[in-house]
Design a protein around this ligand. Sequence first.
Ligand SMILES: [Fe+2]
Length: 147
Amino acid sequence: MSHHKELVEVLKTLVADLYHVQLKTQNVHWNVTGPQFQSIHLMTETQYTEAFNSVDEVAELIRTLGERAPGSFSEYAELTSIDDNQMFGFKAEDMLKELINSNKALLLTTEKAFEMAQKAEHEPSVGLLSAELSRLEKNIWMLNSSL
Ligand SMILES: [Fe+2]
């Protein structure tokens, strides 16, 4: 497989992972309870809004590379590397741990995509993914600090 093709494949997984983390972050935004409600409610709103913007940028990157961007839940279910834990609980600690794990999985996919973008020498991907790595590391730090 060419580097270009491999880059597109990992970007497709990244779109699915970003969408998954966006939804999971909204799940926490809606359902979290406890004394930290307000701070977690606001932090998750910032994080899912950023994920919403990122998923759009990565999907459009796939288009600029000449491929079709995945855009359905069935495709995402097949592509994603993130566990679909349904989080029936409402406890802040459990939810934060779940978000940390999911963001770490997302970070791993982003790192793979970043390495592949460098191999493919595709500068627009390198730039976008580098910014994504910073954003995710910040999110993981903030989630960890809330535990
Ligand atoms: Fe809201």
